[in-house]
Design a protein around this ligand. Structure first.
Ligand SMILES: NC(=O)N[C@@H](O)C(=O)O
Ligand code: NI
Length: 178
């Protein structure tokens, strides 16, 4: 029987550019399109994510209350939503992990990227982007989630033949390239 050693997954900082193949980063950054409204009282960071409920669905807003994960964490499965996007916007002031692979064929561990999201950063998984379910860190954490409600199944899961492992010893940039 063949045994496979888990592959260390490097943690990288979440930036709009690095995350572009997977979706959008939702944050009030200087690089976003922003302008002043409400007579100067408010700055609007405009149109930060492409919310896709699919032609036959509608966008809904929920709250996910995630239990914190412990590290090292073993990534053994990934999922995708083929009919719509899914956005997570943190509410509790804690960082979290975002684990993704490009839409399309089912991923292997070599396709996976791991990002550390800061409390002021949300993410929007584009339709079909492979991702791991919510990975809260440090404490019980609430997230606003914007995704699709509509007919048909909208969650495909895949088990990884070779798992990945997210450790923290090296912090961001720790671990080896996958
Ligand atoms: N199942 C569910 O709604 N949650 C997942 O899609 C997730 O990405 O956490
Ligand atoms: Ni999901």
């Amino acid at each position: 029987m063949t045994t496979h050693t888990a592959v260390p997954l490097k943690i990288q900082a979440l930036t709009r550019e690095a995350f572009a193949p997977y979706g959008d980063v939702i944050e009030a950054s200087d690089s976003a399109h922003h302008f002043t409204i409400n007579g100067g009282n408010t700055e609007r960071f405009h149109d930060l994510a492409y919310i896709d409920p699919g032609a036959d669905g509608r966008a809904i807003v929920s709250i996910f209350r995630g239990q914190p994960r412990t590290l090292p964490f073993s990534v053994q499965m990934m999922e995708r939503h083929p009919k719509g996007s899914q956005a997570f916007i943190p509410m509790s002031g804690h960082p979290y992990l975002v684990v993704v692979a490009p839409a399309g064929k089912p991923p292997t561990v070599k396709d996976i990227k791991v990002f550390l999201a800061q409390p002021g950063q949300g993410v929007n998984y584009a339709t079909g982007t492979w991702h791991h379910p919510l990975l809260a860190l440090e404490a019980i954490s609430d997230f606003v989630v914007i995704d699709r409600s509509g007919p048909g199944a909208n969650c495909d899961e895949v088990e990884l033949a070779v798992s990945g492992v997210i450790a923290w010893e090296g912090g961001i940039g720790g671990g080896r390239d996958v």
